[in-house]
Design a protein. Sequence first.
Length: 253
Amino acid sequence: EVEEDDEVEEDDEDEEDDEDDEEVEEGVQKLINYVEDQSKRGVVYISRVPPHVTPDILRNLLSNYGQIDRIYLVAEDSKVRKRRAKSGGTWRKHYIEGWIEFRDREVAKWAGENLNGNQIGGSRRSSYYSDIWLLRYLPNFKWSDLVDEIVNQKALKQQRFKSELALAKRENKIYLDRVAQAKKRDRRGEGQFNPKNKRLRENPINNNKNSNNKNTFKQQKPLNLRKRNNYTFNNSKSIDISTDFIAKLMGGK
């Protein structure tokens, strides 16, 4: 009986090992299939998204040329949207650029080369009917590269926000410390705007409003160098200059 129990336990262990091996093989096969599928795909970059074009509309327009898997569009800044709405524009969200992943790399390459610069078309009533495609095929570019770039951009944005917040806190702390120090000086009578400060009362430059000081230096009287036809030089005797002499000097008769 003991030997039979041992044999049963060994059989159970063998079955469990086989199941584990099968799961590992399935996982490896899924990974291989995923890598092969990703290697067959191609990404197209759209540098300008026409107004009123959403990811669903873009998918419907480009699905006529091939199967599309993922689409990522960058929305415009919220401030731009608010300014447009205040000026009488639409509140609809607009997109500025984006990436489209085709399941077939060759189709993506064809779309980037042949659709670029051509009319979008579609419904004649649509606002984008007369607009043109601005597409570019990105060789050796995978969707994972785009995901990594988005993650890095978000991390940089968060880091920039944290540094700006820390700087604002530090500046606020310095300002509060200076206010506290000014209050302490005012309590001791050393503050600049404290009326009990003797130094400011004695210094008329810093307290001009309450200062009654006037200039006390001697003002000299202006000299009158000419009186009628007489000239004086250094308080010497007067020199009379007749009008006849002046007329002769000027060439008169």
